[in-house]
Ligand binder design. Structure first.
Ligand SMILES: [Zn+2]
Ligand SMILES: [Zn+2]
Length: 218
């Protein structure tokens, strides 16, 4: 079948879900990037992830959810952009703990937490784009504390965690490591490995944030 025939086919409810060992028919992921390229994966109602009532594959659901209102303003990242998707999914997993620890160190009165959506960083002297999600504790004097999760498009498997301007940790998620080595594990082991990866990131952020006083950054 040619690409064109495939494109022209009415796929609603007509294609097999791509989840492993799933026999149900599904619908296309609703993701369309800023260059109007669509995601070509298909998922059943068990395996798609709904955001604002629309079905997405797991990767794009986290991008759409994390871009927030920015998606309308700057357009969604390229459909095959793994960096933005990885930032989005990791940031969503550590979000509650980052917020909690920033609240914990916030000085009494006046400080507020600002959580940015996923967005590309200004290029500066880098050749590639870097995607980031940041949480900031700010008061009338300025920014007191900043936590960020970043992934560079040039090495889109490496998750970096920053506190203030310092890189406090980085690592390749276990599921990406496995994909590189062509290894698969039972769902339960995968879930366990994901949990401990997210936990390690959150814990190192907590340690560094609580270890230092929240004072205005220069
Ligand atoms: Zn399915
Ligand atoms: Zn998708």
């Amino acid at each position: 079948m040619t690409e064109w025939l495939h494109e022209g086919w009415n796929v609603i409810g007509g294609e097999r879900c791509q989840a492993e060992a799933c026999d149900a028919t599904g619908v296309r992921c609703d993701y369309v990037d800023k260059r109007t390229r669509a995601c070509r994966t298909t998922w059943c109602s068990q395996h798609w992830v709904a955001v604002a009532g629309k079905p997405y594959c797991r990767r794009h659901a986290s991008v759409v959810a994390a871009m927030g209102a920015d998606a309308g303003a700057v357009g969604l990242p390229d459909v095959d952009n793994r960096a933005a998707a990885l930032v989005a999914s990791v940031a969503a997993e550590v979000d509650a703990r980052v917020r909690a620890v920033l609240h914990e160190v916030a000085p009494a009165g006046g400080a507020v937490l600002v959580a940015d959506p996923v967005r590309p960083l200004p290029p500066r002297d880098r050749a590639t784009r870097r995607w980031q999600r940041a949480w900031k504790l700010v008061d009338h004097s300025g920014m007191l504390k900043r936590v960020a999760i970043e992934v560079d498009e040039d090495d889109d498997a490496v998750v970096m965690a920053h506190v203030d301007t310092e890189l406090i940790g980085q690592g390749v998620p276990p599921w990406i490591e496995r994909r590189r080595r062509g290894v698969s594990v039972p769902e339960q082991v995968d879930a366990e490995q994901r949990r401990s990866f997210y936990d390690a990131i959150a814990r190192s952020i907590e340690l560094v944030v609580t270890d230092r006083e929240a004072v205005p950054l220069l």
